[in-house]
Design a protein around this ligand. Structure first.
Ligand code: NAD
Length: 375
């Protein structure tokens, strides 16, 4: 009865498998980045509150990097067109001309982008960019000093449920299937990134977070490969946790201060880092880095907040998240002093122009003014 649909699905699955074999093989042949005279920082506003908050981070970078911009060693390049209207019009997660401009940059500061859910098959711009630029490590710090929390999350960023998220199979009226992909090279490189970070920063513990008791092939291999990499770092204790209990552990006072570095597949990382950000004070306070071997993209961890825009509250969005992303960008391009200066200015602005999410608190632009004043 379903023969035609099954045959179509099997052919589709075969194409997917071949495309993933191709991707996995290419991962072993990534060229080393060329040394450049000038660092180009692309600034992409995105949708909803994206352009509003990104404008404040751009102001801060312009102020901090004024000398380098004047000397021509850094360029801040505004990239237009990564909007939901434009993406829907051309039917592409990232329009070709925008992607070409993005690829010409060394690093990116990106505002959140809207992804239509369900029926409309437009892929997430973020997922597409992470794949196109091979930004395999999603790195998210969460810090609550008064509670002894100093966490660093390493979320695998290009595989898992996301790589084929819009390419599932449907037998209409009966069932749907999506796919999860884990590669050997993809797992090794995220595990290495986490353990290298731990070693370089004097951390003594890495939590490997999976659901390998259920997802036996994909998470099972993720777990085995992380343990293999862990064996090369004997000074670091590596423990495996399942994602469900780890979500609970983050809320347990005596447990959470023991945790330091986390490494995990894509979907678990997506979910648990929002939980962690909430512990820090909300998704509006957290930045994140998407790092690859040749390019890196820095962004807020939250989305485009369409409901905030619909309520006319967009101008009161908190830009702290994207400012924290700008801090990570400065660290990444080798400017730790400027990164520290921006962190201090954000903390000052939190005292002098606190955002409350209401019209009684500071607006996004007023928070930005306070950051500039503190710089
Ligand atoms: P969201 O993160 O946009 O909003 C969740 C909640 O947090 C809302 O109540 C919102 O008002 C609040 N919020 C978010 N950022 C804030 C800020 N800076 N200041 C104050 N409050 C803030 O999540 P959502 O509603 O699930 O997603 C909206 C859209 O964003 C969807 O299309 C989704 O796909 C997309 N999204 C994009 C990214 C990205 O580009 N990196 C990440 C997540 C979601």
């Amino acid at each position: 009865m379903y023969q035609e649909a099954v045959e179509k699905a099997v052919a589709h699955y075969r194409d997917l498998l071949l495309s993933q074999i191709d991707r996995a093989e290419k991962m072993n042949n990534v060229p080393a980045p060329a040394k450049k005279e000038k660092t180009v920082i692309g600034v992409v506003g995105g949708d909803g509150i994206g352009p509003i908050i990104t404008a404040q981070a751009q102001r801060a970078l312009e102020a901090l990097l004024a000398d380098e911009i004047k000397a021509g060693t850094i360029e801040l390049r505004t990239i237009e067109g990564l909007t939901i209207e434009n993406r829907l019009a051309v039917g592409k997660a990232v329009p070709d001309d925008v992607l070409a401009e993005i690829k010409a940059c060394d690093v990116l500061l990106k505002g959140p982008t809207t992804t239509p859910s369900g029926g409309e098959q437009l892929e997430s711009a973020n997922v597409a960019l992470r794949r196109e630029l091979d930004l395999y490590a999603n790195v998210r710090p969460v810090c609550v000093p008064e509670e002894g929390i100093d966490w660093m999350f390493f979320r695998e960023n290009t595989e898992g449920e996301y790589t084929l998220g819009s390419k599932g199979i449907e037998i209409p009226g009966l069932l749907t299937m999506d796919f999860k992909v884990t590669t050997v090279a993809g797992t090794r490189r995220i595990a290495r990134a986490a353990f290298e970070f731990a070693r370089k920063n004097g951390k003594t513990h890495v939590a490997i977070v999976t659901k390998s008791n259920i997802m036996k092939k994909t998470d099972g291999m993720f777990s085995i490969l992380c343990r293999e990499i862990a064996a090369e770092y004997p000074e670091i204790q590596a423990d495996e946790y399942f994602i469900d209990i780890m979500s609970a552990n983050l809320l347990k006072a005596n447990m959470r201060s023991q945790l330091q570095v986390f490494v995990m597949p894509n979907l678990y990382g997506d979910i648990i880092t929002d939980e962690a950000a909430q512990i820090q004070g909300g998704v509006g306070t957290a930045g994140s880095a998407n790092i690859g071997d040749t390019c890196a993209m820095f962004e807020a961890i939250h989305g485009s907040a369409p409901r905030m825009i619909a309520r006319g509250m967009g101008d009161y969005a908190n830009p702290e998240s994207i400012l924290r992303a700008a801090v990570m960008l400065l660290q990444h391009i080798g400017m730790p002093d400027k990164a520290a200066k921006l962190t201090a200015a954000i903390e000052t602005a939190n005292r002098t122009a606190p955002i409350t999410g209401t019209r009684e608190g500071a607006s996004c632009a007023q928070f930005g003014d306070a950051v500039i004043a503190a710089l």
